[in-house]
Every structure is written in C-alpha cells, then in structure tokens.
Design a protein around this ligand. Structure first.
Ligand SMILES: Cc1ncc(COP(=O)(O)O)c(C=O)c1O
Length: 395
C-alpha cells in the first residue's frame, strides 16, 4: 500500500496546540509551526479503521485491556525492540509525562534530588520542580558534531547531591542521539553503584536511523531491569498523543508496587478506550505505515541537510541518529540567542523550539520538527533563509 506524507492538511481550528495556541503564546497569527513533537499527518489507515469501528459501536463506557492487547504489545516489543515483557509488568498511564510525575513521587521525597542530562525535554525539569524535588543537571557536551555524556560529571553530581532518581531520555530529545549499549551500560553501572533508580523515557524508540540501534534500558542486564522503569507509547510513532495512552514496564515488583500506588492516588484507573484501541491496531497492523513514515522522515532529513548546505551553510545540522526532531546550531551566524529566536519567530514567522528551553547548553540552537509534508518544511526553511540573508544585507 502507498502512503502519502506530502499532503498539506490545515490543522487550524482543530484543537491542535501546534497551530491554535500561536497567538496565546505570543507568536504571530500566521506563524508556521514546527515546534511541538506531533506530526502533521493522519495516523495509519489501520488505526483509523479500528477507531471508526469503535465510533460505530457508539458505546464509550469504562474500558479494560484484554488478552488480545497484551499479546500484541508483547509481540511488538519482542520483534521491534528485542524486549521480552510479561503482562504483570505493565502499568498504563495517560502519558509518559504523567508517568514521570508518578515516578518522582514514588521514588523520591520532597527536597530530594533527581538527575537529568541537559539539554533535555523540558517537562523533566518542570515535573521535578512542580513536585518540590531538586533538579541536578549533568550537561551533555558537543564534540565533533555529536552530543556526548560526561560520565565523570554524572557520577560526581550523583554522589555530591545524594541523587535518588535518574530520568533518562533514550533516544535523546533534543540532541537526537541514540545512546549506544555501552553508554547505557556505563550509566546503569553508575546508578547501581549509588542506588539511583532509573526512569527510562523511551518514547522515541521507533525512530532510529541505520546503523544505530535502540537498546531498551532493562535489557542491559538483570540488575538494570530490577532497577528501572521503562516508559513507552505508540503516541509518537503513530501520532496519537491526543488519545492519552502509554505503557510502563516495571520488572521489579517492589518498584512496581510503589509506582502503582502513586498512580492510583491520582484517581486515574481505566485507560482511555480510544487510546487502547489505537495502540492495539498500531501493534497489530501499523508496521507498514511506520516503515513508510520513516522513509519519508529520512528523505526530509536529507532535504534539510542539502537545503542548509546550499542556502544556510553556517547553520549546522547535528546529524540525527534518531527522533523526528532536528537540532540545528545557529551559533556561527554570530547573533545572540535571543536575536536568533526573534528573527525566526517574528520576522521569518516560523515557530520552532528555542534551544535554551531545553537548558542553557542549547544556546543558539533551535529544534525543528520534520514530521511534516516536504512543502511545509521547505516553506519554513525558505522563510528562515530569506530573513537571515536580509539581516546580512541590512548589517
Ligand atoms: C522525550 C519525551 N518524553 C515524553 C513526551 C510526551 O509524552 P506524553 O505525551 O506521553 O506525556 C515527549 C513529547 O514530545 C518527549 O519528547
């Protein structure tokens, strides 16, 4: 079956935060939005069909997962991620950020320290601070076009701050790294040495580009499995974020009981019917669509790479190993961070995520979401390139 990822669909007025919050968030009304990490494509036809069937049935009462679901989930995890799961290890949440908040409350007390690797997806820090815990940052650093981990700093910060929990982003948003097995093993060893529980946010795990390989954290070793929570969702892979459904895999019964207790205190119980229906269809029938999507994303990456080389050679693309979010370095243009953002948002009228939202390490970077039709990607780059060349002429 042929899938089309190049039809432009107007998302204005569809309760879409990417388009419909522009003015409320201080952006121009006609801004072209490539910021938040959802996609500008309809989900796979197999998922749409399953959702249509539920709509036709017409009854949306309290719902539960069934054997079919657990079977499909286990099969997907094993074939796609070499990850063997058992039904009792699965705890659902309405999303990964919700699960992060539960983990923070389950595994730390108020005032205790949680470590993150900045620049990183900003809700990590927001959740730590909203729950009155202390954020400890071990900065990633860029060397030869690749963002890396300073393991010594990571361990020192853990020791010095008596860290209790590590929120790992794997693959990493925004630096688009797919951590290697040996990098993950080193992180795991450090955490085990210092009794730090690991929450592995693996929501981007289906977007990994050859020759890179995603390693599920709890497959590293039995000790890593017993010391971690792995959180995944079909929401990124199949564009289902609005359906509010995600799964957490917790092998250790004691950690699972603590996590469950915190989740239950929120009042959340049954998973969303549409969320679970979409997830089941994704796991059973979504693979061909996902493969076609990844091909489109690779073509978009190549488009950005050659567009920048030709039109904006001073803007550096950090070569992505995974995710559909590209990390662009504008520092060689010589503008201060705030001015880069002003030119992009207010003059070029393109809404990206400014690098410093992810941490100070992101200064002069911007994150662009390429899960969009080529025409929109080109339009955004044309607008940015035009503005920066005009700025040069004005100078
Ligand atoms: C690393 C990461 N974790 C979690 C999320 C959001 O997950 P959810 O919508 O399930 O809360 C995102 C969305 O961009 C993300 O990039």
């Amino acid at each position: 079956m042929e899938y089309n990822f190049n039809t432009v669909i107007d998302r204005h007025g569809t309760n879409c935060i990417k388009t419909d919050l522009a003015v409320a968030r201080g952006k121009p009304a006609d801004v072209l939005p490539l910021w938040v990490a959802d996609m500008d494509f309809p989900t796979s036809p197999a998922i749409l069909e399953a959702l249509h069937k539920k709509v036709d049935h017409g009854i949306f009462g309290y719902s539960c997962l069934d054997d079919n679901f657990y079977k499909a989930l286990a099969q997907w995890m094993e074939t796609e991620h070499n990850f063997k799961i058992e039904r009792r290890e699965v705890v659902t949440t309405p999303g990964v950020v919700f699960a992060i908040a539960c983990a923070i409350k389950a595994f730390t007390k108020e005032g205790e320290a949680v470590i993150i690797q900045s620049p990183v997806y900003y809700p990590f820090k927001n959740m730590i601070e909203a729950n009155n815990r202390k954020t400890v940052t071990s900065s990633l650093f860029e060397k030869d076009g690749k963002w890396q981990i300073d393991f010594e700093d990571f361990e020192n910060k853990i020791e010095k701050n008596n860290v209790k929990l590590f929120i790992l982003c794997s693959p990493h948003n925004p630096v688009s790294r797919v951590w290697t097995k040996s990098e993950l093993e080193r992180l795991s060893d450090i955490c085990l040495r210092h009794n730090v529980i690991v929450f592995a946010d693996e929501i981007h795990n289906d977007f990994v580009y050859e020759p890179n390989r995603h390693t599920v954290f709890s497959t590293l070793s039995e000790k890593a499995a017993q010391n971690s929570i792995v959180s995944m969702s079909p929401s990124k892979s199949f564009n289902l974020a609005g359906l509010q459904f995600s799964t957490n895999f917790i092998k250790n019964p004691a950690l699972r009981a603590r996590f469950h207790a915190e989740r239950d205190k929120t009042g959340y119980d049954e998973p969303s019917l549409m969320g679970m229906t979409a997830a089941l269809a994704a796991y059973q029938k979504g693979k061909p669509w996902l493969e076609a999507l990844k091909k489109h994303l690779l073509e978009n990456i190549e488009f950005v790479r050659s567009y920048l080389a030709e039109n904006l050679p001073k803007v550096r693309l950090i070569e992505p190993e995974g995710t559909f979010l590209l990390w662009l370095d504008f520092s060689a243009l010589g503008y201060p961070d705030a001015e880069i953002d002003d030119i992009i948002v207010n003059k070029a009228k393109v809404w990206l995520d400014r690098g410093t939202m992810f941490g100070q390490e992101g200064s002069c970077y911007q994150r662009i979401n390429i899960a969009t039709p080529r025409a929109l990607l080109k339009e955004a780059l044309d607008r940015i390139s035009r503005e920066f060349s005009m700025e040069k002429k004005d100078a």
